[in-house]
Write a protein that binds this ligand. Structure first.
Ligand code: F6P
Length: 381
């Protein structure tokens, strides 16, 4: 019988974290299960930083459905199996502190830990599960790249924000006869870029799954100009690369193996400059950045997050651990964490889908690719 559960939010924040937390707490309360927030992701497990969550009149889990961020914080770089420790003399060591976290879980009496996060978070969840901890994952990321599920929470909101940006770039681009480039997030997958391009009526979408030829993009823009269209809108995923070229990286962090140390960014500027040179038209880049992660979730994400949260608690009540709640064929389901993380030993291998990572990228026969091509969106090839 489940009596006490902990919820942790880990990785980059998304709109919908709080909606999932609220749904877990509400479902738990209906079954007399006590809920605690584990503060700042896996860090909270190590530091025993737990906070009671409740939807009582004076509780902290009420009124949070529309709130962005996470009321229990999050951490982007905490891998307890290879944890960064800075010693007093400033030297850095990486230690496996997972046993300490497990001792804390036992001492506090958690019957199950819910891990809200992307592939890195779920890999740690799988590793805790292997060591005997009862874990249930919930797939979060704006990137939509978690394996075994058709959609992650936070993704729809990110696409909606990018779409709105494209609508605004259209009017300023048309007024000044410019090429307007929008760089969006998504890591090694092009989901945000491609869906936003379709929703926002862009002319070009450059995605990591299809290395691009900048001359082909320039030709597309030239052809538009010949047809009397003096502006163009180009969406570039942060992980897009030219044919035979490298990723554009803003910086590399030193947080050890098992977390994504590569900070992508800058490709939008590169593409805008090249298109200006090739076409003679003025080009401007906008990097959308963290706008895609902040603020209130869309209706879609509120519903999806609520479905995920309730399903996660149902699995816990059924004592089905070591699983991730997923959407499969449009319906709520679950998959084993082993299937989700595959043989993912290193997160953020620079090229995405390697033998060591299990990210879900866009397949070439995806309806989105066909739809984009049918309406003449240039994919850089
Ligand atoms: O994975 C989510 C995401 O927002 C990516 O789209 C982006 O590349 C990355 O996180 C940014 O990470 P950070 O918060 O560490 O800057």
């Amino acid at each position: 019988m489940i009596k006490k559960v902990g919820i942790l939010a880990n990785g980059g924040d998304v709109s919908g974290f709080n909606a999932v937390i609220r749904a877990i707490v509400k479902t738990a309360e209906n079954h007399n299960v006590e809920c605690y927030g584990i503060i700042d992701g896996y860090n909270g497990l190590l530091k025993k930083d737990f906070e009671r969550l409740s939807t009582a009149a004076d509780g902290n889990a009420i009124g949070i459905l529309p709130q962005g961020g996470s009321i229990i914080g999050s951490s982007t770089n905490a891998n307890l199996f290879n944890y960064k420790v800075v010693n007093e003399d400033g030297s850095v060591e990486f230690k496996d502190v997972s046993d300490q976290a497990i001792a804390n879980i036992k001492e506090f009496g958690f019957d199950c830990i819910f891990t809200l996060g992307g592939d890195g978070t779920q890999k740690s969840a799988r590793d805790f599960s292997t060591k005997g901890v009862n874990v249930i994952g919930v797939p979060k990321t704006i990137d939509n790249d978690v394996a075994c599920t058709e959609i992650t929470f936070g993704y729809n909101t990110a696409v909606s924000v990018a779409m709105e940006a494209l609508d605004r770039l259209h009017t300023t681009g048309a007024t000044h006869h410019r090429i307007m480039v929008l760089e969006v997030m998504g890591r090694y997958a092009g989901w945000i870029a491609l869906e936003a391009a379709i929703a926002g009526g862009a002319d070009v979408a450059l995605i990591p799954e299809i290395p691009y030829d900048i001359n082909r993009v320039a030709t597309k823009i030239e052809n538009r100009r010949k047809r009397g269209k003096s502006f163009s809108v180009v969406v570039v995923a942060e992980g897009a690369t030219p044919i035979g070229g490298e990723l554009t990286i803003m910086n590399t962090r030193d947080n050890g193996a098992g977390v994504d140390n590569t900070k992508l960014g800058g490709i939008g500027e590169v593409v805008a400059k090249q298109l200006q040179e090739l076409t003679g038209l003025e080009a401007r880049n906008t990097t959308l950045g963290y706008m895609q992660r902040g603020g209130t979730p869309t209706a879609f994400d509120r519903v999806l997050s609520t479905k995920y949260g309730t399903k996660a608690m149902e699995l816990a009540l059924e004592e089905k651990f070591g699983r991730l709640v997923v959407i499969k064929n449009g319906k709520l389901d679950s998959a084993t964490l082993d299937d989700v993380v595959g043989n993912n030993t290193k997160i953020g291998a620079a090229s995405g889908n390697t033998a060591e990572s299990n990210l879900r990228k866009i397949e070439m026969d995806d309806d989105l690719i066909k739809t984009a091509r049918n309406i003449g969106i240039n994919l850089g090839d």
